[in-house]
Design a protein around this ligand. Structure first.
Ligand code: ADP
Ligand code: ASP
Ligand code: MG
Length: 418
């Protein structure tokens, strides 16, 4: 007998038929003798719909009220799944974020989980009841509903798995594993049997939305075994968890599993960032701090940063990227501080995409970045910004060239499936 946390994403929960299928997958796992808890997402498209209502209400909406609105999608699906399980004769009940509770900080719209009270959950699971938990939501110590950032149900699932010391956290989605790149963009993408935590962390953080970044860092920190697999299987197929998905493994495990690793493990694209440039800032100590201090205080994550070489006049341009969802607030904050920062103009462009190549093989091989720059140049794709880490190279390009760039790089690094 194992203790398993199963998480089902938005497409798996989109409508009565799909939820019924999920209920059968869960029932099967329990019938196999396992203790199960289930974490669910809102129906596909529902969170986007709710976010739009908030934007229409006020582009500079109050994040605490945004959380009240967007957390509702998961409340609906958790109740529905509990009903479907009951209809199959299972004992099941929902546990909303505030009922467990799932404690978070109060960074509304991107809260971090601080802890989960697991006693009630363990007692429920131990009694043969299936606990159904809405993902994405929590409770701040001020007693208000919070949400964990888009894609946050993955993080809820891993946190629940850590709290109940689950043997495994199975993330069921609409693809049957983690691929070399988004299989919906590149038909020649290959499924990976194993990915290391570190690679998955980089891939997620640069746009492979198959797992939310925080879920991967939490799994790494808490040592949760995570598997990605598909919920789109026929009823007469073998139990879902006997069909191999992708296992997230440690570096040491990988060495034993896969000696012939490719240099690059995956390629990701992210269209959710916007580029901001402040021109003619005084080239003096403290100038950059005056820009990024207020953004950090407002919980806005800045990603790529470039400070151009100072011109003779002692002036410099600073370019950086922020999530598109934070662009309006970023512009408002910097506009307010125009005199203190002392810039001339603020330019913003949300028609950009960040393309990244990731692989632990990069540590021991030179030339990965050079191949990237050359392959993009050969197709006339212009690079607007670059960042690197030990196992990743990212470039910012025009959004219209995203698909082309990913395909070109997939071929250039010899990753195309036969
Ligand atoms: P869910 O609703 O189940 O949480 P998501 O839409 O968040 O599902 O994540 C699954 C999607 O992630 C897939 O449909 C796929 O298009 C996308 N994706 C992006 N990069 C990858 C990748 N490297 N491997 C697999 N899927 C990927
Ligand atoms: N429903 C939320 C979203 O769409 C959380 C999730 O599905 O993981 O972002
Ligand atoms: Mg997701």
């Amino acid at each position: 007998m194992a203790r398993i946390v199963m998480k089902f994403g938005g497409t798996s929960m989109a409508g009565t038929e799909r939820i019924r299928r999920v209920a059968r997958i869960v029932q099967r796992q329990q019938a196999a003798g396992h203790e199960v808890a289930v974490v669910v997402s809102a129906m596909a498209g529902e969170t986007d719909r709710l976010v739009n209502f908030c934007r229409e209400a006020n582009p500079l909406y109050d994040p605490a009220e945004y959380d009240v609105v967007v957390a509702s999608g998961e409340q609906v699906t958790s109740g529905l799944l509990a009903m479907h399980l009951q209809a199959l004769g299972c004992k099941a009940r929902s546990w909303l974020g505030w009922q467990l509770p799932i404690h978070t900080d109060d960074a509304h719209s991107k809260a971090r989980i601080e802890g989960i009270d697991a006693q009630a959950l363990l007692a429920s699971m131990g009694s043969g009841e299936i606990a159904v938990i809405p993902g994405f939501q929590g409770l701040s110590d001020k007693g208000r509903v919070t949400t964990l950032g888009r894609g946050g149900s993955d993080t809820s699932a891993v946190a629940v798995a850590a709290a109940v010391k689950a043997d495994r956290c199975d993330i069921y989605t609409d693809v049957d594993g983690v691929y070399t790149t988004d299989p919906r963009i590149v038909a020649k993408a290959r499924k990976l049997k194993n990915v290391t935590y570190e690679e998955m962390l980089e891939l997620a953080s640069v746009g492979s939305k198959v797992l939310q970044t925080r879920s991967v860092s939490l799994a790494m920190k808490e040592g949760v075994r995570v598997q990605v697999l598909s919920s789109f299987i026929d009823d007469d197929a073998p139990a879902a968890d006997t069909i191999p998905g992708t296992m997230i493994v440690s570096d040491e495990e990988l060495e034993g599993l896969d000696m012939e690793r490719q240099l690059i493990t995956g390629i990701a694209a992210d269209k959710n960032e916007a580029k901001v440039t402040l021109t003619r800032i005084a080239d003096r100590p403290g100038a950059v701090a005056a820009i990024f201090g207020p953004l950090a205080a407002a919980n806005i994550n800045v990603d790529m940063i470039i400070q151009n070489i100072a011109k003779d006049k002692g002036e410099t341009d600073v370019t950086f990227t922020v999530p598109i969802s934070d662009l309006a607030r970023t512009q408002a904050l910097l506009e307010e501080r125009k005199d203190t920062i002392g810039y001339y103009r603020m330019l913003a462009n949300s028609k950009v995409a960040k393309i990244s190549v990731v692989g632990v093989g990069m540590r021991s091989h030179a030339g990965v970045a050079a191949t990237m720059f050359r392959s993009l140049a050969d197709r006339g794709i212009n690079i607007q910004a670059i960042t690197t880490s030990e196992i990743k190279v990212s470039v910012l390009i025009d959004e219209d060239e995203t698909e082309l760039a990913v395909r070109v790089l997939h071929t250039a690094y010899e990753m195309d499936a036969e």
